[in-house]
Design a binder for this molecule. Structure first.
Ligand SMILES: *[C@@H]1O[C@H](CO)[C@@H](O)[C@H](O)[C@H]1NC(C)=O
Ligand SMILES: *[C@@H]1O[C@H](CO)[C@@H](O)[C@H](O)[C@H]1NC(C)=O
Ligand SMILES: *[C@@H]1O[C@H](CO)[C@@H](O)[C@H](O)[C@H]1NC(C)=O
Ligand SMILES: *[C@@H]1O[C@H](CO)[C@@H](O)[C@H](O)[C@H]1NC(C)=O
Ligand SMILES: *[C@@H]1O[C@H](CO)[C@@H](O)[C@H](O)[C@H]1NC(C)=O
Ligand SMILES: *[C@@H]1O[C@H](CO)[C@@H](O)[C@H](O)[C@H]1NC(C)=O
Ligand SMILES: *[C@@H]1O[C@H](CO)[C@@H](O)[C@H](O)[C@H]1NC(C)=O
Ligand SMILES: *[C@@H]1O[C@H](CO)[C@@H](O)[C@H](O)[C@H]1NC(C)=O
Ligand SMILES: *[C@@H]1O[C@H](CO)[C@@H](O)[C@H](O)[C@H]1NC(C)=O
Ligand SMILES: *[C@@H]1O[C@H](CO)[C@@H](O)[C@H](O)[C@H]1NC(C)=O
Ligand SMILES: *[C@@H]1O[C@H](CO)[C@@H](O)[C@H](O)[C@H]1NC(C)=O
Length: 509
């Protein structure tokens, strides 16, 4: 998957218009559902999805609801967000719901659904969608939401210029969602990936700020390879150290390695790492002057790509050939296009798929839209590590930040640099380096498609309400490549296990 969940510009032309005809309107008496069916009421029936009627999917995906809801109390508001909601059958879930958000800005959360954590996944290189043994819906109620306005199947006109406005629109939508599904008082968890590292803390903060636990009973958040600082901190500064670490894989020659290490010294990156990536951090704020060295990164990527033409920043171990995908990559210059013999269409643009999941028929779905979801592409909010993330951690019971070690879009050391420079719950950074073992239990009897690694999967550390962990064999999209690991830290977020070094079996086994 070469999908960009991040802040890279996409070249596709986006079309989206307000429209909501073509929904399946069920009339009472409602069909008998195979599973719990508790959510089927007069107000939810128009969102009901027939679980045996998804094109290409040859099994029952269970009870779910999808469609559009407005971002304000005005029922006729033309700005509406698209959601796909799956109640869980896990009795341990109780009255709680997890929101999943992809990044971009402008990437659809259905990407995460189909590639990472949904009840069925259709991963790159596989020829049909299959049941996902690691579906997050095994653990709790989950809703995938296309936001902000202009993203995925959401409709309307983007008007926002910062995360405060984004949050206000999201909360407007969420109030309608709670009313529609009668979720008053339910515990809310928010998880996001990549650029959603900016959405998650701002939305959670806005929810806490309402004091309205009827509609916004926010409990905790989860970050997956997420942007909480800036590209300099989370990418440029730690980049050369990262290349040094992985050069047994990249195989860059000594001359080039010497050149980039000297450049890292000149740019101030080496000194910055030495000074601030320490545990505990120095008390003074970061004060090393960095030089403008933006071409260094371009040179590094060019050198790696020279050796490995299929090099993928999302997962540095990827190699040729690039796999065919029902979510085709954007047409980057020079990027080869592979077609399947059967489905040459993007899964979510198949008309029968749109109809089955109550998506607006006239919206051309794009994995990451080329529209400006922020007016003029400007998101004016300060990065979350400038205050908002701390406020959210301080008011949550559990906050999880997971980072894949094979990700070269955002670097784990960069996230740690940011956290070491951030103050929460009365102190700055972590006092000791993450060193507890993050353990993923084994599970037997899975089919080949759902195989996933187990054992010690990285290191973790919890301090003052924040849990950081690295996931060894995952890149930017952890639930796609290391689904068992992501399932495990979701168990932790939800309070089902006490710590990530626990060797207890999965709670669902
Ligand atoms: C649901 O709709 C049916 C038929 O339209 C109606 O008879 C019934 O009273 C409604 N129930 C509620 C709780 O509104
Ligand atoms: C659900 O879809 C299946 C397969 O298309 C169909 O046989 C069934 O009648 C549908 N159920 C309802 C309630 O529409
Ligand atoms: C929505 O309804 C309100 C009140 O009925 C009306 O004033 C407004 O013009 C409508 N807006 C749109 C976009 O149709
Ligand atoms: C929420 O509660 C806090 C603390 O009690 C208070 O300072 C704040 O004004 C309240 N906010 C709203 C919107 O009621
Ligand atoms: C935190 O955990 C305590 C004890 O389990 C619980 O009573 C409380 O409601 C939780 N609060 C939040 C915000 O999660
Ligand atoms: C992360 O930073 C530490 C300290 O500078 C360094 O020893 C380590 O090699 C770095 N790891 C990676 C993967 O860059
Ligand atoms: C910069 O930080 C270092 C410690 O990290 C400190 O020794 C030095 O005095 C600081 N310099 C300034 C100008 O603040
Ligand atoms: C070393 O790598 C650099 C960067 O890819 C390349 O330009 C150079 O030709 C290489 N040198 C040798 C001797 O292979
Ligand atoms: C292959 O994909 C390209 C780009 O999406 C499309 O233009 C072309 O028609 C496809 N060819 C076949 C045989 O499906
Ligand atoms: C797991 O982590 C907790 C908290 O850091 C620690 O107290 C405990 O000793 C660790 N257990 C193991 C088996 O490492
Ligand atoms: C998820 O649920 C399915 C169906 O009950 C089960 O087969 C699978 O083992 C569960 N996955 C995990 C990781 O427990």
């Amino acid at each position: 998957m070469k999908t960009l969940y991040t802040f890279l510009l996409i070249l596709l032309l986006g079309l989206a218009a307000a429209h909501q005809d073509g929904w399946t309107h069920l009339q009472p008496p409602y069909p008998k559902l195979q599973k719990r069916g508790t959510f089927l009421t007069n107000s939810t029936s128009k969102f009901w999805v027939n679980g045996t009627n998804i094109p290409n999917v040859d099994f029952d995906i269970g009870e779910s609801y999808a469609g559009l809801l407005p971002i304000t109390s005005k029922a006729n508001d033309s700005n509406q967000l698209y959601f796909w909601y799956f109640p869980t059958t896990n009795p341990a879930a109780g009255n709680e719901i997890l929101i999943w958000l992809n990044g971009g800005p402008g990437c659809s959360s259905l990407l995460g659904f189909l590639d990472e954590n949904g009840p069925f996944t259709w991963k790159p290189g596989t020829y049909q969608p299959l049941q996902n043994s690691w579906a997050w819906t095994n653990l709790t109620n989950v809703v995938w939401i296309d936001q902000p306005v202009g993203t995925g199947f959401s409709v309307g006109k983007p008007t926002i210029t910062d995360e405060i406005m984004l949050s206000a629109q999201f909360l407007g939508f969420w109030r309608n969602f709670v009313r529609t599904f009668s979720l008053q008082g339910w515990k809310v968890y928010i998880a996001g990936e990549s650029y959603a590292g900016r959405y998650v803390p701002y939305i959670a903060d806005a929810m806490f700020n309402t004091n309205d636990t009827t509609n916004f009973n926010i409990q905790g958040t989860m970050m997956n390879d997420a942007l909480i600082s800036d590209q300099t901190t989370q990418y440029f500064i730690p980049e050369v150290a990262y290349v040094n670490y992985w050069n047994q894989l990249f195989r860059l020659n000594d001359t080039f390695m010497q050149y980039i290490n000297e450049a890292a010294d000149t740019c101030g990156y080496t000194a910055y790492m030495d000074e601030y990536l320490v545990f505990p951090p120095p008390s003074n704020p970061a004060n090393i002057t960095l030089q403008k060295c933006s071409s260094l990164s371009t040179e590094i990527q060019a050198a790696i790509t020279l050796k490995n033409p299929c090099f993928d920043l999302l997962l540095i171990t990827a190699s040729c050939p690039l796999l065919w995908d029902v979510i085709p990559p954007p047409p980057y210059p020079g990027y080869p296009v592979y077609n399947s013999t059967g489905t040459a269409n993007t899964f979510f643009n198949i008309p029968a798929v749109k109809q089955a999941i109550n998506a607006p028929a006239d919206v051309v779905w794009e994995e990451c839209t080329s529209r400006n979801v922020f007016v003029h592409r400007i998101d004016k909010s300060p990065p979350p590590d400038h205050g908002v993330y701390s406020r959210v951690i301080e008011r949550s019971n559990r906050t999880v930040f997971a980072h894949g070690a094979l990700d070269m879009i955002l670097l784990a050391n960069g996230t740690l640099l940011s956290l070491q420079n951030m103050e929460w719950n009365g102190a700055k950074g972590f006092t000791s380096q993450p060193s507890d073992e993050f353990y993923v239990p084994p599970i037997s009897g899975l089919n080949a498609f759902n195989q996933a690694g187990s054992g010690v999967f990285g290191t973790t550390h919890t301090e003052r309400g924040l849990t950081f962990l690295t996931v060894d064999l995952a890149g930017h999209t952890i639930p796609q490549v290391a689904p068992a690991a992501s399932y495990r830290y979701l168990e932790f977020l939800l309070g089902r296990i006490d710590s990530l070094n626990s060797t207890e079996p999965f709670t669902t086994q």
